[in-house]
Write a protein that binds this ligand. Structure first.
Ligand code: NAD
Length: 287
């Protein structure tokens, strides 16, 4: 897609961070925006701010982990505008410790939002987008964590690797059908958002019970702790969502599938070379 003026974008996780940055950029390009998020107050606030700038907005409170809610989002978007030209499956949360210490509630919550959210977006939007005449593009938000390997955040990483694979498969399938739907997978590095405060939207049903010394839980190593602290600070100092949104639009214009920061090339390359060389995973700690 090369032109955006007057077209329609649907953005999940639009009330904060990268989703909000994408919504603002869509408005700058003259698009109408359908904003979806689980956090209703913040969603309405963003919607009002964009409307005040002259944008046409539709805010639909949506929990992307729930099929029925994403179905409603798709139905309302198509009832209102007949076509959707850009779909950003972006909502996401971060949690999880080591692969064995993460709780089943961590797995259910994070996979529910990060993976099932994208599955629901594809399931309910793609059939409708295939029927419309106008060309369109889907951007699924993964992470550099979906292209690399390393210790920690096991649940988050598993969800993001799955989103890369799902997006690649979708790309091939749509290409084989000659569909006029482009696909990109967005793999950000460190972006200054509220991702570290993801727990704010965790459903009560999936909260962790306050357990001390759960079975198998051991003290994290100084290296793990240093890695955690590094990531916290890197996000604080991270790229702005507005800057990232501009990069995403360049990629859509160029029909580029992989969107990731060049500064993470070493990590990606090392993992690929490990696989090709049948080498065990190289440990690259964030620094
Ligand atoms: N910030 C980073 O450094 C970074 C890096 C790589 C990938 N990402 C990815 O970017 C995406 C956006 O995250 P962000 O960094 O902007 O964080 P953020 O917390 O600022 O924004 C995430 C938004 O998603 C919403 N959300 C959470 N659960 C939801 C649900 N069940 N249904 C609908 N909306 C829900 C939140 O309310 C919030 O508005 C996520 O998929 C995240 O994994 C972020």
């Amino acid at each position: 897609m090369k032109t955006f003026q007057g077209k329609v974008a649907v953005i999940t996780g639009a009330a904060s961070g990268i989703g909000r940055g994408l919504a603002e950029h869509c408005v700058k390009e003259g698009m109408k925006v359908v904003l979806a998020d689980i956090e209703e107050q913040a969603l309405l606030q963003v919607s009002q701010e964009l409307t005040a700038q002259g944008a046409q907005t539709l805010a639909i409170p949506t929990d992307v982990s729930q099929a029925a809610e994403v179905e409603t989002l798709a139905r309302k978007a198509f009832e209102t505008y007949s076509e959707v030209h850009l779909l950003f499956n972006n909502a996401g949360v971060g949690a999880g410790k080591t692969a064995w210490e993460s709780t089943l509630a961590d797995w259910e919550w994070v996979l529910g939002v990060n993976l099932w959210g994208v599955i629901h977006g594809i399931h309910f939007f793609v059939p409708r987008m295939l029927e419309q005449r106008a060309e369109s593009h889907i951007v699924n938000t993964s992470s550099v964590a979906g292209l690399t390997s390393g210790p920690g955040l096991s649940v988050y990483k598993a969800s993001k690797h799955a989103v890369v694979s799902l997006s690649e498969t979708l790309y091939h399938e749509l290409t084989l059908r000659n569909a006029s739907i482009g696909v990109s997978v967005l793999c950000p590095g460190y972006v200054k958002t509220r991702i570290q405060d993801s727990q704010r939207n965790r459903p009560v049903r999936l909260q962790n019970a306050p357990v001390e010394n759960a079975p198998g839980e051991t003290k994290s190593s100084p290296q793990e702790e240093a890695g955690r602290q590094f990531i916290l600070q890197a996000i604080q100092r991270g790229e702005s969502p507005q800057h990232l949104a501009a990069t995403v639009f360049e990629a859509i214009r160029e029909k580029r599938f992989y969107i990731y920061p060049q500064t993470f090339k070493t990590g990606i390359q090392t993992r690929m070379e490990d696989i090709l060389g049948q080498r065990n995973p190289t440990l690259l700690l964030p620094h």
